[in-house]
Ligand binder design. Structure first.
Ligand SMILES: Nc1ncnc2c1ncn2[C@@H]1O[C@H](COP(=O)(O)OP(=O)(O)OP(=O)(O)O)[C@@H](O)[C@H]1O
Length: 339
C-alpha cells in the first residue's frame, strides 16, 4: 500500500532559486528508498519539505500525500501531529540535535507526553522500552548527552524518532559522523526497526554504496531533480544516467576489490540553483553529452522494468550516441577511497 506519494514537488527558498524542481516519488509501507547525490543537489531540502520543516517564506508547491493526506495543505496543528506520529526525522550529528542540559530520557518522553497524551509513568515506561529497542539499557534514560558515545547518541535520536510510532522515518545522513564499525551497527539497527514495524524509510546519503546496501530503491538527484530512479542494486551496479553512473563509479563496489582502486570522479561542481545551465543541467559535466543537450531538458522516462532516467540517451526513444561530444576533460581520475 502506498505510504508516501510525492507529486511534482518544488521548493524555493526566500529570495533564492528553486532548490527542488518537480520531484515525483512513491514509497510503500515497509519500503526503503535511498536519496543520493552530491552536496547541494537538494536532498535535504526535499526531505525537510515533506514535513514542512523549512524556513518561513519558503515556497513549496506540489503534493505530499502521506497515507493519502496532503501535508502541504493541512492545518499547522495537524502538521505538528504528523511530524511525530506520521513521519519523523533522524538528523545527522546527534550531539547538535540533543539538548545538552536535559537527560535523554526526558527528551524522549517529551513528544510522548505531548502527542500521545501519555501519563508521566506511561511515558517513562515507553521511554525505557524505546531505549532497549535501540540497544541501550533503559537505565541510560538518566544520562546526559555528553555521557554517551557518538553511536549511543545516534541510537537515542532513533529512539526519539520512534517515540510516537511513526509510519515513515526520514534519516538524513544518519551515520555520517560515526566510524565505520558503528556506522554499520546503526544501519543494521535502522533496517531491523523498519522491517519489524513495517515502516517506510527515506535515507539520504551522498554514499551510493551505503544506500545500495541498505535500501530497496534508489533515487539519484542532480540540480534539484531526480535524474534516475529504480531498484537500488541495479541503479548502483548498472546506472543508466551518466551522472548516476559517475556517482556510482566514485564508490568501491561491494565484493569487488578491484573496483576500489580506479574509481572515476566527476570534475567540477553541481550548478548553483540560481544559475542553472540551459537544457539538461548536467550537460556541462557530462562525458557523453550530445550537441543538442544544451537545448533539451529531458524528463524522467522508462529505462527498463521499474526504472526511470532523465537522459536523451536512455529509453525506447533514445538518441544514438554517435553525435556524442568527446570531452575526456569532464572525467578525472579520483583518489582511491581506501588503501
Ligand atoms: N536555508 C536555506 N536558504 C537558502 N538556500 C538554501 C537553504 N538551505 C539550502 N539551500 C540551498 O538549496 C540547495 C540545496 O541544498 P540542500 O542542503 O538541500 O542539498 P543537499 O543535497 O542536501 O546537500 P548536503 O548533502 O550538503 O546537505 C543548495 O544550493 C543550498 O545552497
Amino acid at each position: 500500500m502506498t505510504l508516501l506519494d510525492v507529486r511534482d514537488l518544488s521548493v524555493t527558498y526566500p529570495g533564492g532559486a528553486a532548490a527542488v524542481r518537480g520531484v515525483d516519488l512513491c514509497l510503500d509501507a515497509g519500503q526503503k528508498l535511498g536519496l543520493a547525490g552530491e552536496s547541494g543537489c537538494g536532498k535535504s531540502t526535499l526531505a525537510l519539505a515533506l514535513l514542512r520543516l523549512l524556513p518561513a517564506g519558503t515556497r513549496i508547491t506540489g503534493e505530499v500525500l502521506l497515507d493519502g493526506e496532503d501535508v502541504l495543505t493541512m492545518k499547522w496543528g495537524r502538521v505538528r501531529a504528523v511530524r511525530w506520529a506520521g513521519a519523523s526525522v533522524v538528523f545527522q550529528g546527534a550531539m547538535h540535535s540533543l539538548n545538552a542540559v536535559h537527560r535523554i530520557g526526558d527528551q524522549i518522553a517529551e513528544p510522548i507526553l505531548l502527542h500521545k497524551k501519555a501519563t508521566p509513568a506511561g511515558a517513562k515506561k515507553k521511554t525505557g522500552e524505546l531505549l532497549e529497542h535501540v540497544g541501550l539499557p533503559a537505565a541510560r534514560a538518566d544520562a546526559y548527552p555528553h555521557e554517551l558515545s557518538g553511536g549511543q547518541r545516534q541510537r537515542v535520536m532513533i529512539a526519539m524518532a520512534l517515540a510516537c510510532d511513526p509510519r515513515l522515518i526520514i534519516a538524513d545522513e544518519p551515520t555520517t559522523a560515526l566510524d565505520v564499525m558503528i556506522q554499520a551497527q546503526i544501519l543494521r539497527l535502522i533496517e531491523q526497526l523498519v522491517a519489524d514495524q513495517d515502516l517506510g524509510l527515506i535515507m539520504i546519503s551522498h554514499d551510493l554504496a551505503v544506500l545500495a546496501d541498505t535500501c530497496d530503491r534508489l533515487a539519484v538527484m542532480y540540480a534539484g531533480r531526480v535524474v534516475e530512479e529504480g531498484p537500488a542494486r541495479q541503479v548502483y551496479e548498472d546506472a543508466r544516467h551518466p551522472y548516476a553512473r559517475a556517482l556510482s563509479a566514485a564508490f568501491p563496489r561491494i565484493g569487488d576489490p578491484s573496483s576500489r582502486f580506479a574509481p572515476q570522479g566527476l570534475a567540477g561542481d553541481p550548478p548553483d540553483p540560481a544559475a542553472l545551465p540551459s537544457g539538461c543541467t548536467f550537460h556541462p559535466r557530462c562525458p557523453v553529452a550530445l550537441e543538442s543537450c544544451p537545448q533539451e531538458d529531458p524528463v524522467l522516462r522508462e529505462a527498463g522494468p521499474e526504472r526511470r532516467a532523465a537522459c536523451v540517451l536512455v529509453g525506447p526513444s533514445a538518441r544514438e550516441p554517435s553525435e556524442t561530444r568527446e570531452d575526456p576533460d569532464t572525467l578525472e581520475e579520483a583518489r582511491p577511497s581506501t588503501p
